[in-house]
Write a protein that binds this ligand. Structure first.
Ligand code: SF4
Length: 124
């Protein structure tokens, strides 16, 4: 699991390379420019951010808009492997996408099958 988590980390150099030329984060900038600069950096919001970062509400909104699973918490994110969005998770659970050999995908499909079985039994 540690190797998988480390493999997901993005290097600072890669983040800097992805920024538009001349991006600056000076608090002296006009609000719109500073907001655009902040939004040009990918973020991995988690509920834990609420107690540690001034950008938490901003990042939470962006995360929810993107359907990112990080907004469900880091432990959940860690269990989902390469599934980054709620849509990815649901598609994998329904068997529409995902590698069946991936333990996260297999667990989701098993959970979906158990849920369907339980619902069917409850409706009898
Ligand atoms: S709230 Fe802060 S720590 Fe969390 S993703 Fe945003 S910038 Fe990073």
């Amino acid at each position: 699991m540690t190797a998988r988590q480390l493999a997901r980390l993005t290097r600072v150099e890669d983040i800097a390379d992805a920024l538009p030329e001349g991006t600056c984060f000076s608090p002296e900038l006009p609000a719109a420019e500073l907001t655009a600069a902040v939004e040009s950096v990918p973020a991995a919001y988690a509920p834990e951010c609420l107690s540690t970062c001034e950008l938490a509400f901003h990042c939470r909104t962006r995360s929810r808009e993107a359907g990112a699973v990080t907004s469900l918490g880091r432990p959940v994110r860690a269990e989902l492997g390469g599934l980054a969005t709620v849509a990815d998770v649901l598609a994998a659970a329904r068997g529409e996408t995902g590698d069946p050999a991936d333990p996260a995908v297999a667990a989701l499909r098993r959970a979906a099958a158990l849920r369907a079985e339980a619902l069917e039994a409850a409706c009898r």
